[in-house]
Structures are given as C-alpha cells and as structure tokens.
Design a protein around this ligand. Structure first.
Ligand code: ADP
Ligand code: MG
Length: 487
C-alpha cells in the first residue's frame, strides 16, 4: 500500500444476500433446491405467465424475522413488498419483487471481535426479496441459455451502515453472519454454491473527515477471502488515485479472483431509477405479536448469549468460550455434557476440564475420523473426565485410548475398560519409587546439573518416569518423589 495510506480512512458498507432454505420459492410452490436439472423447478408463477398471482411463503417471513431477532433488529410488524424495475433477461416479470420503504427488519447490530476487541457492526435493515434466474453465455457460440430454477427463490438481504473501516472487519462480519444463519438454520451458508453472496461498498475520505467519500460497489463476492481481497485491492487503487489528484466516480465493479483486483463493469448514475412502487398483487404484511413471540420462543439460544454464560457464569476464558460457540453442534454438545454432570448430582462442575476435553481431544477425533459429535456418548465422556480428574488415568492415556474405545464400542464401561487396558495409574509408592530411582540412576549428568540449580530439568525426569511406567505413574506423586530424592 502507498506510503500515504495513513492519510485516508476507508469506509465500508456491505450488502449480504442469504438464500433461505425453505422448501418452496418465495411466491410459488416451485421447489427451492440447489443443483436440480435446468428449468426443472419452473412453474407458471416463476415464468410470470399472464393471469398468475404471487402468494407469500410464510416460512420465508419466519426465517427473515428469526434473522432479525438474532441481529438485534426492530421487527416492523407492518411491512410490505415493492416492485423494483430493471431489465434483465433472467427476470421473467420484468421487475423483482423486493422490499423498499418498509422492510421486515430495521436497524440492529452484529457483534464481531477484531484484533482490537469487540465492536458492533450496525445494520441499516434486513429485507426479503426474490432471486433472479441464471443466464448461461458459455454453452453455445450463437445463443445464450437460461435456467430459471433460481428465479423466485427467497433471499434476505442484510444491509449494513457504512460503518466498517478495514478488510479485516468486513471479513469477520461475513464470518459472523454465516455462523448466525447456520446457527438458526435458515440458510446453509455455503458461499461457494452462492447461498451467501456479498456486495462491498467502499469509499475513502481524508482521515478525520466526517463526510462520506464517493463509493464504488464491488458486486457478487462469493467467499470471505474474496470479500477481503476485493476491499484491500480497492483501498489500494483508490488511495493511489487520490494521491494523484484523480477524481473517484461512483462505479459498479467486479472482482477477478485470478489476480485479486477489480474492474469496472458500469458507471453508476447518482441514483438508480428502479421506479419502485408498492406491489399491488400482495397485501401488506401484518405480523401479529403472537406470531413474533412464537418465533422468539422457538429460537435456539444464540451464540452471543452462550458465550456470555460460559465466560461470565462458568468462568471460562474468552478463548475457550469463543471456541465452544463457533458452531451450534459444539455448544450443544458442551451443554449436554454439563447437563450430565448436573444430572448425576455433581455440585462443583469443572467447566474448564469439560471445555478442554471438547476443544481438544473431542474436536480432534471428530476432525480426524469424520464421526458426528453425537457418536460420543456424553455420559461416558463425563466418566472419562472424572477418571482423569481423580488421578486414576492420565490425560494422555484417556484421550488416546479411552476416548477412541468408547466411540468404537458403545457398550463398554469406562472404569472396567481402564482396568482392562492396564492404564490405571499407580499410587503405590514402592512401585513409583522404583521408577524414580531407575531414572535417577540412568541420568547422572542431568542429576548433577539439576543439583547445581537447573531446576527446569524436573520436567525431563518426570517425562522419563512417565515413559518407563507406560503412562501408569501418577505424575503428581512422581514429581514429589523426584523432588525429595534429588534434594
Ligand atoms: P445504493 O442506493 O447505491 O445501493 P445505499 O445508500 O442504499 O446505496 O447503500 C448501499 C450500501 O452501501 C450500504 O451498505 C451502505 O452502508 C453502503 N454505503 C453507502 N454510502 C457509502 C459510502 N460513501 N462509502 C461506503 N459505503 C457506503
Ligand atoms: Mg447496492
């Protein structure tokens, strides 16, 4: 970046489209499915045949409201659809049914954690709209083809205020949105399949200025990496322009992932004339308090809420709490294990130990083997955690031997299994002393160094005893015995 980069502040606002995972389209019973054969899900409404009328999909409204609640928005109980006119070959009606003056959700914010701490990304609104179809230009030399499967599928568009200032923030925001839509199960969040797409609006202004600069809009970014790269590239390009006293015009641009730069696709007039007007074929929506309460009450506990509970109530570190709330499945599994302890009458629960197990060996074995979390019996995992806490089995033997064993054979019981595997740690002092002595005799040089003050060597001795005992030595006692013997 130019040496003058510090002179300017970047301002970024994002428009994120998320495809709702409803069974049918927004205004018709045609299937809303990715990957079908071309034009398989195209009925008379999708084709906009004369005489057909739209009918709103209730589930789509429900999903939009769910997202609004998850993003701390105000839900507009009265909201309505509008026609947005533009000519587009894959838009059979000649207009897109969207929301304009009164969308379903207004305001709101999403919390992100940057390298400088927590901050809120302010939302302008969230609205519902239908997607367009797809033109295919590369299948034939003479003709363009059209696939209308996507036409009429339901989207929400999440529009932020121009409140972000770096590619990092924008990337974290999209990551958080993807986590949220997956968490509440309204969209699969698969950006590579186009389930989430992002337009990035970027402008620069002199540092300290309050008036916004002229923006450019980079369309259709289909990965978090590309969102970040497009913003970085635009900041660099516009910085160079301003440094050369060039004027920035409002533009729509596209991103070329092969060289991480953007190129202009059209100049944007001051304001687009979409000739919006209220959709006459759909009545305004009146969402009852009961409808909204029902949605609110059925929403799963949100990641921010669980994060706060794990951190403030359970006393876990921010890192541990964040790791546990990366995905709903993991948070729910953690909750299940905690419940198991409560259910079995434990009053002092070691939350840190449970978090360590789930963020450590459990996640590792899930990643390595591809098994589902629910294949690890929570009750048995809690028994493993307890057997380690009591000092009967070492953490490493428990994670390397007991954990895989309870996944492989659902019928085994933890304590007998530990005996069968011969991994119960010895508390027998005589046996421990023999191992300690053997190690001391084996390493006279190190022992001398230790006695001269290299106290850090104790870890080495303990490790040697561990090896010698094949993990069966209780290491706390071993450390004490070693310290006594080396006095
Ligand atoms: P348009 O009518 O061109 O779509 P909007 O005012 O509706 O523009 O804003 C669309 C998106 O662009 C929003 O996310 C908004 O935050 C962002 N935005 C608007 N003006 C600017 C600006 N000057 N710099 C950066 N982002 C902007
Ligand atoms: Mg726009």
């Amino acid at each position: 970046m130019s040496g003058n980069a510090q002179k300017y502040e970047a301002v970024i606002g994002l428009e994120v489209h998320a495809r709702l995972s409803t069974k049918s389209k927004l205004f018709s019973s045609d299937a809303n499915a990715y990957g079908a054969a071309p034009n398989e899900n195209v009925g008379v409404i999708t084709l906009a045949l004369p005489g057909t009328l739209p009918k709103i999909n209730k589930k789509a409204i429900e999903y939009a409201v769910m997202m609004g609640i998850a993003c701390n928005c105000t839900i507009n109980q009265k909201n309505f659809f509008a026609r947005k006119h533009y000519f587009y070959p894959d838009l059979p009606k000649g207009f897109q049914t969207s929301q304009h003056t009164v969308p379903v959700c207004a305001g709101g914010h999403v919390v992100i954690t940057t390298s400088e701490g927590e901050c809120n990304v302010q939302l302008h609104h969230i609205h519902l709209e239908e997607d367009a179809g797809k033109s295919i230009h590369d299948m034939d030399d003479t003709y363009s083809f059209i696939d209308l499967n996507r036409a009429g599928t339901p989207l929400i568009e999440i529009v932020t205020e121009p409140c972000m200032h770096s590619a990092e923030e924008a990337g974290l925001f999209v990551t958080e949105l993807r986590k949220l839509v997956r968490w509440i199960n309204i969209c699969d969040g698969n950006m590579e399949e186009g389930s989430m797409r992002c337009d990035a609006n970027i402008s620069l202004r002199p540092k300290g200025a309050t008036k916004l600069g002229t923006k450019v809009e980079v369309k259709n970014l289909n990965s978090i990496r590309n969102v970040k790269k497009a913003i970085e590239s635009e900041i660099e390009r516009m910085t160079a322009m301003l440094d050369n006293d060039e004027k920035i015009f409002q533009q729509t641009r596209s991103f070329d992932a092969s060289n991480d730069t953007t190129f202009a696709i059209r100049e944007k007039e001051e304001a687009n004339d979409y000739r919006y007007f209220p959709e006459p074929d759909l009545p305004p929506l009146h969402l009852s308090a009961e409808f909204l309460n029902n949605i609110k009450n059925n929403l799963p506990p949100l990641p921010q809420v669980l994060f706060k509970k794990y951190h403030d109530v359970f006393g876990l570190s921010e890192y541990d709490a964040a790791q546990l709330t990366l995905e709903k499945d993991i948070a729910y599994y953690f909750e299940t294990v905690v419940c198991t302890f409560q259910h079995n009458g434990h009053t002092e629960i070691n939350y840190k130990a449970i978090a360590n197990w789930i963020n450590g060996p459990v996640k590792q074995i899930v990643n390595e083997t591809g098994i589902a979390l629910n294949e690890i019996d929570a009750t048995k995992l809690s028994e493993i955690i307890l057997i380690v806490e009591s000092g009967e089995v070492s953490f490493s033997n428990a994670s390397l031997k007991l954990l895989p064993a309870i996944i492989k054979d659902k019928t085994v019981n933890v304590s007998p299994l530990a005996h069968d595997l011969n991994i119960i740690q010895t508390k027998n002092n005589d046996e421990l002393k023999e191992w300690v002595e053997a190690v001391i005799n084996k390493m006279p040089d190190k022992v001398a160094a230790y006695k001269k003050g290299k106290k850090g060597l104790i870890g080495l001795f303990v490790g040697e005893v561990k090896k010698l005992s094949k993990g069966k030595a209780d290491l706390k006692t071993v450390t004490q015995l070693l310290e006594e013997a080396l006095k």
